[in-house]
Design a protein around this ligand. Structure first.
Ligand code: F6R
Length: 607
C-alpha cells in the first residue's frame, strides 16, 4: 500500500510525477505529495485526500524541477493529515516510503538522545531524520542513505532525494516491490511498472535488500550483502492506454462488463486449440505425484481458493486446506511430503500471501501461483505461475480478477482430475467444451443488470444483509457479502445455508434482506429448505437461481434473479455476476466512492 515514484528527467517532472501517481492511486488515496530539486533546491507540495487535490494545488503553487519523487498514501502510522503526508523531509533529505518501519520507535528514541525531535506521527519521518543526522555527521548522501537503510527493520520501498543533488536519487527495497525504469537520458523508480508505463517499458525489478544509486547516466545496484550486482532490464508489455473507463461511469462497471472478453482470453491461453487438453506453463505439474494442496491467500483471492477446494476435492480427489495468509504465516503449519502449495493473488504483492509462500518454499514439493501480474513477487518466487490474463484491474473491489482466478483454478482442477484418472478423456473434453462456452453464457447473463439494479436500489437502504450459499456457492456468498460491505458500506454477512439455524437466524426479521445463491444443483432442495426457514421468520429473500430453480421455489420469495443454465462446476464463476452488480448498484445508489472506497487500497503490501 502506498505508491511511490521517482524521476530523474530531462523535463519538468511535476506533471510526470502526478501522472505516475494517478496510476498508483489504487495503492492508497489518503493524501499525496511530491518533492523536486530545482536549481539545486529541494521543495515539496502536499495535499490531503485524493490526488486531484494535489493536482489543484500544483496549478496554484507550481513546483519546478527536473528531478523529483512522489507518493500516494494509505495511512498506516498517523491520520491522513498534511503533516503526515509524504514526502517527509528533514533538512536536506526528502523521502517517500511504502511499507512499515517496525523499529521506528527505537530509532526515534535514539534520535531523541541526540536532541533530534520528530514532527509527525509517521514511521517514515524517522528515515528522513536519520539520513539527515548522518549527513550532518559528515557522510555523503549515498553513505547517509546506506547507513540509514542499515538501521531499518520492517518492510520498505524507499526513494531518497537530496538538496543540492539534482542528479542523484537513491532507491531501496525490502519487503515492498520497486521497479526501476530506463529512459533516454532519464531514469525512473516506481512501485510497479504500470506507474512507469507512459515513460518506459524497460524495467529492472529490484530484489530483496537491493539499494540502487541512480543518476541520469548510470544505475548502480548494491545487493543485501553489499556487493554491486547486475539486475536484468526487461521489456515489459503493459498497455498504457488500458487505464480509461471506456465510457463507463466507474472502473468497476467497466471491469464487470469486460468479464466475457477476459475470461475468453484466459481460456484461450490454457486450452489447446483443438480443445483436447489444458496446457500449463513450463513443465506443468505432475499431479500424480501430489497428494495434497495447501492454499493461502487474502480477501477475494481467499474466496477463490475456497471455491477451488470444492473443485479439487470433488473433481480430482485431492485433499485441500485453505487458510487466510495472515493466519497461515504465523501458524507454522506442517507441510507434508507431496504437498503443492498454491497462492492466489491479483496483485502478486500481498504481503501476507508472499510471506506464506516464503514459508512454504523450502517445505512444499512445488509452489504454484495464480496471479494477474506476471512480474510480481509472488509470480517470480513460485515454481509455476499461472497468469489469469484479466488485464489491469483498477477498481479496488476485485471483479474480473476474481472470475479469471476461478477460471484458472477450475482449469487446474480439471487438469488434476484428468491426470489422476478421475475424469475420462471424454469427460475431460466435455468439461473443456462447456468451459469454452462460458464467455457466451457470461454475455447472456449480463442482461440481468437492470433487474439486479432494481433489487440493489431496494437493499441500498438496509442496514444489514445476509448472504447464503451451500457447497460451491458458499464461498460466493462470502464474496457477495465482502463486495457489498467494501463499496456500499452496508453491513453484510455470509453463511453456509446449513449453518443459519445454529445462531445467525436470530438476526432475521422483516427488515433483513437475505440473498440466497442457489442454482438448481444437487444441493438445491437443501438450500431451499433453509430459505423457507428464513421466509417463515419474515426475512426478505432475494433468490438467485436458474429458470428451473425459479419455477419450483419462487413462491413467497421477495425478488428472484434468473440466471442462464450452466454446468454445475461452472456456476460459481457465472453467479459472480449478480453479486457484483448487486454491490455495484447499491453503492451507486448510496453515492459512495465505488472505485476508491474509504479506508481501502488495492495492493496490500503491509501485513
Ligand atoms: C476485495 C479485494 C481484496 C483482495 C485482497 C487480496 O475486492 O480485492 O479482498 O482480494 O486484498 O489481494 P490480492 O489478490 O492482490 O492478493
Amino acid at each position: 500500500m502506498c505508491g511511490i515514484v521517482g524521476i530523474l528527467g530531462q523535463h519538468e517532472v511535476a506533471p510526470m510525477l502526478v501522472e505516475a501517481l494517478k496510476r498508483l492511486e489504487y495503492r492508497g488515496y489518503d493524501s499525496a505529495g511530491i518533492a523536486t530539486v530545482n536549481e539545486g533546491v529541494l521543495g515539496r507540495r502536499r495535499a490531503i485526500g485524493k490526488l486531484v487535490n494535489l493536482s489543484d494545488l500544483l496549478v496554484h503553487e507550481p513546483l519546478a524541477g527536473k528531478s523529483g519523487i512522489g507518493h500516494t498514501r494509505w495511512a498506516t502510522h498517523g491520520a491522513p493529515t498534511l503533516v503526515n503526508t509524504h514526502p517527509h523531509r528533514a533538512g536536506a533529505v526528502a523521502v517517500v516510503h511504502n511499507g512499515i518501519i517496525e523499529n521506528y520507535r527505537d530509532l526515534r528514541a535514539e534520535l531523541a538522545e541526540v536532541g533530534i525531535a520528530y514532527q509527525t506521527e509517521t514511521d517514515t519521518e524517522t528515515v528522513a531524520l536519520l539520513a539527515q543526522h548522518h549527513l550532518e555527521s559528515g557522510m555523503s548522501p549515498i553513505e547517509a542513505a546506506r547507513a540509514t537503510l542499515a538501521k531499518l527493520e520492517g518492510a520498505y520501498a524507499l526513494a531518497f532525494l537530496f538538496d543540492g543533488e539534482p542528479d542523484l536519487m537513491i532507491a531501496a527495497r525490502k519487503g515492498s516491490p520497486l521497479a526501476i525504469g530506463h529512459g533516454e537520458g532519464e531514469v525512473y523508480v516506481g512501485s510497479d511498472a504500470i506507474a512507469l508505463a507512459p515513460m518506459t517499458d524497460r524495467i529492472t525489478y529490484l530484489e530483496e535488500g537491493d539499494c540502487a544509486i541512480l543518476s541520469r547516466s548510470e544505475v548502480t545496484i548494491i545487493d543485501a550483502d553489499g556487493q554491486t550486482v547486475q539486475r536484468e532490464a526487461r521489456t515489459i508489455r503493459i498497455d498504457a492506454a488500458r487505464i480509461d473507463k471506456a465510457g463507463h461511469k466507474h472502473f468497476m462497471s467497466k471491469e464487470i462488463a469486460e468479464q466475457p472478453t477476459v475470461i475468453s482470453e484466459t481460456l484461450a491461453s490454457y486450452i489447446a486449440p483443438d480443445a483436447s487438453d489444458i496446457i500449463l506453463p513450463g513443465d506443468g505439474i505432475d499431479f500424480a505425484s501430489i497428494n495434497r494442496i495447501t492454499m493461502a491467500s487474502c480477501g477475494t483471492a481467499y474466496y477463490a481458493c475456497l471455491t477451488a477446494k470444492y473443485w479439487f476435492e470433488q473433481l480430482a480427489g485431492l485433499p485441500v486446506e485453505v487458510d487466510f495468509a495472515s493466519e497461515f504465516r504465523y501458524r507454522t503449519p506442517p507441510v507434508t511430503e507431496g504437498t503443492a502449495a498454491l497462492f492466489v493473488s491479483q496483485s502478486g504483492e500481498t504481503a501476507d500471501t508472499l510471506a506464506a509462500l516464503r514459508y512454504c518454499a523450502p517445505l512444499a514439493q512445488t509452489i504454484l501461483a495464480v496471479t494477474n501480474v506476471p512480474e510480481s513477487s509472488i509470480a517470480r518466487e513460485s515454481d509455476l505461475n499461472m497468469p489469469i490474463h484479466a488485464g489491469v484491474e483498477i477498481g479496488v473491489a476485485s471483479t474480473k480478477a476474481f472470475t479469471c482466478q476461478l477460471t484458472v483454478l477450475l482449469l487446474l482442477a480439471l487438469k488434476a482430475a484428468h491426470a489422476r484418472g478421475r475424469l475420462t478423456d471424454e469427460g475431460f473434453k466435455a468439461k473443456l467444451a462447456s468451459l469454452r462456452s462460458l464467455p457466451a453464457t457470461f454475455n447472456q447473463a449480463m442482461s440481468i443488470e437492470e433487474t439486479v439494479r432494481g433489487v440493489a436500489l431496494r437493499i441500498s437502504q438496509s442496514r444489514d444483509v445476509l448472504f447464503l450459499g451451500r457447497g460451491r456457492m458458499f464461498p460466493l456468498a462470502l464474496e457477495g457479502a465482502l463486495k457489498l460491505k467494501e463499496i456500499s458500506y452496508i453491513h453484510a454477512e455470509a453463511y453456509a445455508s446449513g449453518e443459519l439455524k445454529h445462531g445467525p437466524i436470530a438476526l432475521v426479521d422483516e427488515q433483513m434482506p437475505v440473498v440466497v445463491i442457489a442454482p438448481r444443483d444437487a444441493l438445491f432442495d437443501k438450500t431451499v429448505s433453509n430459505m423457507q426457514e428464513v421466509m417463515a421468520r419474515g426475512g426478505k429473500v432475494i433468490l438467485i437461481t436458474d429458470a428451473a430453480g425459479a419455477k419450483t421455489a419462487s413462491d413467497g420469495v421477495w425478488q428472484t434473479i434468473i440466471m442462464p443454465d450452466i454446468d454445475d462446476d461452472l456456476a460459481p464463476i457465472l453467479y459472480a455476476i449478480p453479486v457484483q452488480f448487486l454491490a455495484y448498484h447499491a453503492a451507486v445508489a448510496k453515492g459512495t466512492d465505488v472505485d476508491q472506497p474509504r479506508n481501502l487500497a488495492k495492493s496490500v503490501t503491509v501485513e
